[in-house]
Design a protein around this ligand. Structure first.
Ligand code: ADP
Ligand code: MG
Length: 569
């Protein structure tokens, strides 16, 4: 086991890095020339704002073009506290500023629940412009009187204030690091990659987006407060929409979801205008430089951070599922139906995808659903799991009505996987499985379940796992959630033939091993024959036959529909 992979190192290592960062900060605060100390504070301020953008944009995948508006909220609160001499001093004011910005972040995040992509960009940029105009009108508290903000007593001169700023940055970095490793962080990765995938694991899409916006805005607010302490006063000119835009570009370009790259981006943020000034070029050209770099980053769909990280894995092949031998377990007897669907109908405009379909999954059994392409199999899974609210018919799970949003149904014990890949590449196998399972799991539980399905180990980054194996990881996560029923939509479609067969053998043991009943959509009839207890055949959205596997496969109507498919004969 490498040092970095040791569980203890995963907590100790970031703390050591943080301590080293503080030491470097101290050395710089003593050693740098006065002017560079001032620039240093500016870089730290930018780094905190960029860390925030890294959360909302880099990790959660939403466009936010008003990061400096959140900074202005933080600055405003610090100024107001200074004027009112709120007890607790600068550190308290800074935290209050972060808190107020977080609230503003939630308010801005609310439209983000409905808006995506360019629309969200326009809304957040519009907000930044409006805030900009408003600030010019109302001014920051104490600004007209020239009332300077009091720094913390122990950090009142410029050199020690720089050290203070570094301490704040390190604290923010640690918070982001640990948040990203926790539930919120996993949900940000997942929501960026697939909202449907997020709902399917029983996580709230709203919560994921709003927490990302709140954390991001809080960091923005803290950066604004810190800036106010540096300058002594806050000016609207520090928080313009165009600067927010430039900061966003920098976040995208540097890959600010990685903490070190946020710091690197912040150095650029300070260095580019500084160099332009030294060369006698007007400062506004800085925006042009960032603009060009940003377009480059957006069109190449990558950034410096991921490029640097990718060097580590260059030329290593993607990890595929392995063929492990598994010990047989005693099968459990099949019980009464646990999932029952009656009279399910779905239409898309003039297309009737499902018409009056009945389905029943036996407790501790595996129901196979087969049918040609376009028969309505995926629509069936979508409707049962709550993704098609306009579907009609009734469904019960364990005798209780199955209703409500996909998140709610997932939490009530119905899980599903997708025919398309919904596994976010930004997480490790273990972090993803734990997030999907939504319950406390011992390390060996995760490792055993992964090994059972021949999946790569928990510490493997999902970005290195081949698409077929990624879908097995998805299955493992849902099984570890211990739902009553798991709906699998062609789970083995991406696997080579032998692994496909091996998957079937493992699936056969799922009810006994995990206590989960399964609905399996599958096109390989050999697999269906060896795995499924009961079978339902769909054709043009209607049930052609349904019942015990052997009866269904011998049914003349089924034989006729599948005529020419030699596998059946
Ligand atoms: P299967 O999974 O069995 O291949 P699907 O459930 O994906 O079939 O599709 C069933 C039918 O419903 C097809 O005719 C398909 O074109 C149609 N369909 C599925 N989803 C949509 C949608 N979102 N809008 C319109 N038509 C759809
Ligand atoms: Mg399908």
């Amino acid at each position: 086991m490498r040092l970095a992979e040791h569980p203890l190192a995963r907590t100790t290592l970031p703390l050591l890095v943080a301590a080293a960062a503080v030491a470097v900060g101290y050395a710089l605060s003593v050693g740098l020339a006065g002017y560079f100390v001032y620039l240093g504070v500016s870089a730290v301020v930018a780094a905190i704002a960029l860390l925030g953008l890294g959360v909302v944009t880099g990790t959660a995948g939403m466009i936010s073009l008003c990061q400096l508006t959140f900074a202005a909220v933080g600055a405003f609160v610090v100024c107001a506290c200074n004027v009112a001499q709120v007890p607790g001093g600068f550190v308290t004011w800074l935290l209050l500023g972060g808190l107020a910005a977080a609230l503003a972040g939630v308010l801005v995040g609310l439209p983000a629940l409905r808006l995506r992509g360019i629309t969200l960009a326009v809304v957040t940029l519009g907000l930044a412009a409006a805030a900009d105009l408003t600030l010019v009108q109302i001014q920051f508290p104490g600004a007209t009187e020239g009332l300077s903000v009091e720094r913390p007593d122990a950090f009142s001169d410029d050199r020690s204030y720089f050290l203070f700023a570094v301490l704040v940055l390190v604290a923010c970095g640690l918070v982001v690091y640990f948040l990203r490793r926790g539930r919120w962080g996993s949900s940000w990765h997942l929501v960026a990659f697939s909202e449907r995938g997020t709902a399917a694991v029983g996580a709230g899409v709203r919560t994921s987006k709003l927490t990302a916006f709140a954390v991001s805005a809080a960091l923005g607010g803290i950066s604004g407060g810190l800036l106010t302490g540096q300058v002594g006063l806050a000016f609207p000119a520090s928080f313009t929409a165009i600067q927010s835009l430039a900061l966003y570009v920098l976040a995208i370009m540097s890959g600010a979801h990685l903490i070190d790259m946020a710091v690197f981006g912040a150095l650029l943020w300070v260095a580019v205008p500084e160099l332009l000034k030294r060369w006698g070029v007007p400062q506004d050209w800085g925006f042009v430089v960032f603009g060009v770099l940003g377009v480059q980053a957006l069109t190449s769909r990558g950034n410096l951070g991921t490029a640097v990280r990718a060097l580590r894995y260059r030329r290593r092949p993607a990890i595929t599922a392995g063929l492990t031998d598994v010990a047989e377990v005693e099968p459990v007897p099949i019980g009464d139906p646990v999932l029952e669907v009656r009279g399910l109908s779905v239409s898309f405009g003039h297309v009737t995808a499902l018409s009056d379909v009945d389905i029943s999954v036996p407790e501790h059994g595996i129901l196979g659903v087969i049918g040609p392409n376009g028969a309505g199999k995926s629509t069936l899974v979508d409707a049962i799991s709550g993704f098609l609210p306009r579907a009609t018919g009734t469904a019960t799970l364990g005798g209780r009505p199955l209703t409500g949003s996909p998140t709610r149904r997932a939490r009530s014990g119905l899980r599903r996987t997708f025919q398309q890949d919904r596994v976010p590449p930004g997480l490790t196998v273990g972090a993803y499985v734990r997030f999907v399972a939504r319950r406390r799991l011992a390390g060996h539980e995760v490792a055993d379940a992964l090994e059972f399905f021949g999946c790569p180990g928990p510490r493997t980054p999902l970005s290195r796992v081949d698409a077929g194996a990624r879908r097995l990881v998805e299955v493992v996560g849902h099984l570890l959630a211990k739902p009553r029923v798991l709906l699998l939509d062609e789970p083995a479609a991406g696997l080579p033939h032998e692994e496909h067969v091996a998957f079937g053998r493992r699936l056969r043991q799922v009810p006994a091993r995990f206590g989960v009943s399964v609905l399996l959509i599958e096109h390989d009839l050999d697999l269906v024959r060896s795995v499924c207890d009961t079978l339902t055949v769909l054709d043009f959205g209607q049930v052609l036959a349904s019942g015990p596997q052997a009866d269904v496969l011998a049914d003349p109507a089924v034989l006729k529909a599948y005529m020419g498919e030699t596998e059946l004969l």
